[in-house]
Write a protein that binds this ligand. Structure first.
Ligand SMILES: Cc1cc2nc3c(=O)[nH]c(=O)nc-3n(C[C@H](O)[C@H](O)[C@H](O)COP(=O)(O)OP(=O)(O)OC[C@H]3O[C@@H](n4cnc5c(N)ncnc54)[C@H](O)[C@@H]3O)c2cc1C
Length: 409
């Protein structure tokens, strides 16, 4: 039986795979994209019902296609994003094959790769792993099943009606945790939210969205997180037209805030005494963006409206001034926990010397030490913007240049 061959195989048909396909096509590199399910599958099945993009439509897109039916300052729904990426695949005439899973990639003795798929073997000179930044939901092993609490990861959260009646504990105050907790509160649930270290930039300031500010201030291009910032998540929201995430404002509407959850025994969750510190650091981050923005406006002599009210702080509620350090779930009426605690990668299908002892990719800007093997779409691949819609497009351009150079050598 003849084996199919291709110059470059892209694994994954999300935004990263499509961006890669566009840039390879532009450079005339023959390639194939394999997607185990459907185009933009993560936006279809790993997001909650009401999710909209965290960035405005002028920003959260590829340069080659605008949203014709979403206000540039509005926020595209997850379903609209799926349509967008489907249309994009057509526009660039991407050679994408859906419903084909890559099972393993191994080195060939004479160079290149042997790729086992659900539909046979393919040989490729180059392989780009574009299988996403968020592959395996992490639920910390804190609350045992025997506790009788309904537990899901944010990856599997869809809407409030999906959870059993009763109060909900949401763990994690990144964009997912904050948005889910707010949605549950607005649906009439009693909500407890465990808030860890976070950044919470203003949604907009002096007439410009934070995506604009992060761009002009150079933050999207930051190449490292900065000292002590290894695990800091960013909390933003495009929900209901977009708003700044303000945990104190959540508390003023009745949400119970906690510090980081630490352990669980006999029905009681122990909580770190770090709520106030985490909120204060989140505020400091918020204010630092305002300060930098003001300085930028002054330095450039821009005529943008003043916004002194942006510096007003929501007064503390009792759960902040007298923080909860242990939470008896039954007494609080908590029947479910939503773990918005992030994801790990799973590259176990890569049978190549490109992973560290924890299975994490080893690379320099997506280029590995295995000739012809590349990663795309990972957090901090080249900079802060790397896992996001517009950032991945630029990283794909860089990798396509590398691959084209290799193909010509
Ligand atoms: C809740 C949430 C909200 C987000 N909101 C935004 C936002 O508003 N704006 C923004 O810019 N970013 C956002 N992101 C970040 C990022 O844009 C998304 O995670 C995006 O889906 C990443 O695109 P990707 O193509 O890298 O990965 P994915 O979209 O995960 O695509 C990877 C694809 O690879 C396929 N695949 C995996 N393994 C295999 C295999 N072995 N063989 C074949 N195919 C395979 C999968 O089926 C999938 O379709 C959000 C992330 C999350 C989790």
């Amino acid at each position: 039986m003849s084996v199919e061959t291709v110059d470059t195989l892209v694994v994954g048909g999300g935004q990263a795979g499509l961006a890669m396909s566009e840039h390879l096509g532009k450079r005339g590199v023959s390639h194939l994209v394999l997607e185990r399910s459907r185009i933009a599958e993560s936006w279809r099945t790993a997001r909650w019902d009401s999710l909209v993009a965290n960035g405005p439509a002028w920003h959260d897109r590829f340069p080659g296609l605008t949203f014709d039916d979403v206000d540039p300052d509005g926020f595209a729904s997850k379903d609209r994003l799926v349509q967008y990426f489907e249309a994009y695949a057509q526009q660039i005439n991407s050679p994408i094959r859906c419903g084909v899973e890559v099972k393993s990639v191994e080195p060939k003795a004479d160079g290149g790769f042997r790729v086992e798929t659900s539909e046979g073997v393919i040989e490729a000179n180059n392989v780009v792993a574009a299988t996403g930044p968020f592959q395996r939901p992490i639920i910390p092993a804190v609350v045992p099943e025997s506790a009788g609490i309904h537990q899901i990861h944010s990856n599997h959260y869809r809407n409030p009606a999906q959870l059993p009646e009763g109060a909900v504990l949401v763990v994690g105050a990144g964009s997912s945790g904050a948005q889910i907790a707010d949605e549950l509160l607005r649906s009439g649930r009693q909500v407890y939210l465990a808030v860890g270290p976070h950044e919470r930039p203003p949604r907009a300031y002096r007439g410009k969205d934070f995506c604009w500010w992060l761009g002009v201030l150079g933050h999207w291009d930051a190449t490292t997180r900065g000292p002590g910032m290894e695990h800091v998540t960013i909390s933003v929201s495009g929900a209901r037209g977009g708003h700044t995430v303000d945990f104190r404002e959540f508390a003023s509407r009745g949400m119970m805030l906690l510090g980081r959850t630490q352990g669980f025994a006999d029905g009681v969750m122990t909580v770190a005494p770090d709520l106030v510190d985490n909120l204060d650091k989140g505020d400091a981050n918020y204010l630092s963006v305002l300060d930098e923005a003001d300085a930028y406006i002054a330095a450039k002599g821009l005529d943008l409206p003043e916004e002194p009210e942006a510096r007003k702080v929501t007064p503390d509620s009792i759960c902040i001034t007298d923080p909860i350090l242990s939470l008896n779930l039954a007494e609080a009426g908590i029947t479910s926990i939503v773990w918005a605690t992030g994801y790990a990668v799973d590259f176990s299908w890569l049978k190549l010397d490109a992973l560290d002892d924890k299975g994490r990719p080893v690379h320099d800007k997506g280029v590995t030490s295995v000739p012809g093997l590349y990663f795309l779409g990972l957090p901090w691949l080249t900079r802060r913007a790397s896992p996001f819609i517009w950032g991945v497009w630029h990283d794909a351009d860089y990798l396509a240049g590398h691959i084209a150079g290799r193909s010509q050598a």
